[in-house]
Design a protein around this ligand. Structure first.
Ligand code: C2E
Ligand code: MG
Ligand code: MG
Length: 264
């Protein structure tokens, strides 16, 4: 048995065992309107909980990526988010848009659109409140495939965003060819913002360009008031980061945000 097959079987076994034992837990990290600082949505981030130990995605996602089983994990997350939307509807809580991360493995899978459709139909989910995040690196691998995938999911009503923009060989061709709705600028852009004028000019220009392209901008990994003040000034639309909140359990998220918001 070659290493790949061995990994494949091991990865699949590990994933199925974790599902059976209810080890996967979804955390939600809130996103805020930059100007009003009001909550406007959240990102679903997966963790494994084994007894009292929380295992972060960098400990298992690379392994699942290698084996391809990551697609099953992403569909598991989508299904859980659809269930959550249904629960919020029933409890008459505000329905906030939630983003989920999509692995590169989905792009070439022709069955993916059918899978997405089956899940949202099963839960009568509102796809206009579900955002699918593709990473910049995924898109750059094959722009044509990514373009077709984005068009297909947009036909189902999903919001499409590009995650981790600025971590790869950022190609502006992507923005020319693919009609994404949201651009998430990676935290590395904002690291030394206060000392680095060039970084400030680049961010300001990206935000301006996105406005003209009608793409919403999200700044990721915001940790300081200085970063926040700058993003307000350049009119970036949305911020996500520890400055406001770390990722929370669903229960914490509901208590802290949804139950305090005006009922719809
Ligand atoms: P990502 O999608 O870019 O998610 C943002 C990551 O930045 C999260 O790490 C979040 O906790 C972290 N973060 C948020 N605010 C701050 C901040 O102010 N400072 C710093 N230093 N970090 C911040 P996390 O949860 O460890 O996830 C890491 C990556 O794992 C995600 O990056 C995403 O690529 C991947 N991932 C997580 N859940 C899933 C999933 O369900 N499916 C797939 N395919 N990938 C996932
Ligand atoms: Mg993400
Ligand atoms: Mg990111």
């Amino acid at each position: 048995m070659d290493a790949k097959t061995k990994y494949g079987i091991k990865g699949a076994e590990d994933f199925l065992r974790s599902v059976r034992q209810n080890e996967f837990v979804i955390y939600l990290q809130p996103k805020f309107d930059t100007q009003t600082e009001k909550i406007v949505g959240a990102e679903a981030l997966i963790r494994k909980q084994i007894q009292n130990k929380l295992i972060m995605p960098d400990q298992f996602i690379p392994f699942y990526e290698k084996t391809g089983i990551i697609t099953k994990l992403d569909m598991f997350v989508l299904e859980e988010i659809c269930k959550l939307q249904k629960k919020w509807k029933e409890e008459k809580l505000p329905l906030l848009p939630i983003s989920i991360n999509e692995s590169r493995h989905h792009l070439k899978n022709k069955n993916h659109i059918v899978e997405l459709q089956e899940i949202v139909t099963k839960y009568e989910a509102r796809t206009d409140l579900i955002e699918l995040e593709m990473t910049e690196n995924t898109v750059i691998e094959d722009i044509l495939v990514a373009k077709n995938a984005a068009e297909s999911v947009k036909k189902l009503g999903f919001i499409v965003s590009m995650d981790d923009f600025g971590t790869g060989y950022s190609s502006f061709n992507i923005l020319k060819d693919i009609e994404i709705d949201i651009l998430k600028m990676d935290k590395t852009f904002f690291k030394d913002l206060e000392k680095n004028e060039r970084a400030r000019i680049i961010i300001e220009t990206i935000v301006k360009m996105c406005k003209r392209l009608q793409i919403k901008t999200v700044a990721e990994g915001i940790e300081t008031k200085g970063q926040m003040d700058f993003l307000k000034q350049v009119e970036c639309d949305v911020v996500q980061g520890f400055y406001f909140s770390k990722p929370l359990t669903i229960q914490e998220f509901e208590e802290k945000f949804l139950k305090n918001m005006e009922k719809l």
